[in-house]
Design a protein around this ligand. Sequence first.
Ligand code: ATP
Ligand code: MG
Length: 392
Amino acid sequence: MSTYLLKLGELTLKGENRKGFEQILKRNLLSMLQGTGAKLELITGRFLVRCPEAAQEQVEAALAHLFGIAGWAKTRTAEKTVEGVLRACVSEAQELFDQGVRRFKIEARRTDKSFPLDSYGLRCEGGAAVLQGVPGLQVDVHAPDAVIAIEIREKAYIYGTARKGLRGLPVGTAGRGLLLLSGGIDSPVAGYMMASRGMHLDAVYFHAYPYTSEGARQKVRDLAALVGRYARGIRLYTVSFTPVQLRIQAQAPEPWRTVLLRMAMMEGADKLAQYRGDRCLITGESLSQVASQTIENISCTESLVSLPVLRPLIGMDKEQIIRLAERIGTYATSILPYQDCCVLFSPPHPVLRGDPTEARQRYEQLELSTWIDAALRERDMEKCGFPVQPRI
Ligand code: ATP
Ligand code: MG
């Protein structure tokens, strides 16, 4: 069996709500661990996961997708005696040495005050035992290659390679929002960021078949599944906007098409969100990144919407967004060469600073609502990135 010690994140700050947050975190983790044979135990300030060795990879993948933990480590469990702890320190140090570590330091924490050594004593004795037991290792408190951690709780835990958790808040603690998901780089990152604040996600994709391909749709599905792994699954709604787009194309002056299409998407998303009980819309917009994202045009697209529109990337530049997309694993899929509808329909000289009143008038002249309603009635729903249910 392998044991993992998880340090809880920001939820430790939540006072009264803490128990509820812990329960949601526990439920999220359990659903991600389904089928691995792992067991979960809650001890003060920590979670413990025990799993068969063969399930390590799956468990580590789950922990790497879990919001609400500050860090985690595969740990040794030692007998709660001084000799037991020191022996485990030496074994851990030997393993680190074999992996190339030469400089180490010891950190210790004693929650069980009945243990005979306090944290200072543990550091001194632990360090001495390691120096004696593993020749070739040196203490370096300023720039160690590895830190050996000792935690004395209901049992003694010793670990040498701690990993950073995703932090944030457990998904399910902040209501649910509707993500406008395109096949681009930005919107999957926007979804990830809201999930990191505890928000559950629905997603909507407006496609324009046959002007956009089945490949483009598959890409959105794949992105929803990738973000869904962090977000405990996403219901992806696909809405066919071909008639809406054709009407805009036939009736609106070319420079206005992008803004008007955005307004139609916002109207559609707002209606879908009301139907689903989502509390907000989420987009991947970043200020002035493209013509449709000037503050004036954002005012135009927002003017029809009743729910709050969250734009977690609004102040980020493209480089930052790309780095985050790479880190969360969506970038490679986002850059696959399937165009989404907006690219195909975008005019060469779009309106840069639309006046919201004029935009509203133009939009109303198009009488798109019945088309949007019809498109929404025909929506398709798929579950993406939900935890796999075990076969019974
Ligand atoms: P992204 O990389 O997310 O596609 P982008 O830089 O291409 O963003 P736009 O095309 O202007 O920017 O889109 C702005 C936002 O509008 C997107 O981040 C997304 O939230 C939403 N959006 C755009 N196209 C669609 C679509 N076909 N279906 C659903 N939402 C869309
Ligand atoms: Mg796009």
